[in-house]
Design a protein around this ligand. Structure first.
Ligand code: ZN
Length: 95
């Protein structure tokens, strides 16, 4: 089996913190920021320096913007509390 992702600072394999976390990718349009795709990946963390990231995505997302079920999938993902949801590339957060 290949190694898990490696922390280049600490030279150790990352620990899997959560499997199947959600990543919602936003994009900027003329009308403003909109959600574009929902992905599922594994959240990994370095056991030494605590750096973390989400990786090990499958080849296809859970849903994309143009699909009829996209809005209901967004509600489902944001409505659960079992695993973290990461919003990427959305509008700047206030303060
Ligand atoms: Zn590290």
């Amino acid at each position: 089996m290949p190694p898990r992702p490696v922390c280049v600072k600490c030279c150790v394999e990352m620990r899997v913190e959560h499997t199947g976390v959600f990543v919602i990718i936003w994009t900027s349009t003329l009308e403003g920021f909109v959600e574009y795709a929902i992905w599922s990946g594994d959240q990994l963390r370095c056991p030494v320096c605590d750096a973390g990231f989400v990786a090990r995505f499958p080849n296809v997302p859970i849903s994309r913007q143009h699909e009829p079920r996209f809005q209901s999938e967004l509600r489902r993902v944001r409505g659960q509390s079992r695993v973290p949801v990461h919003e990427v590339g959305g509008p700047p957060q206030e303060g």
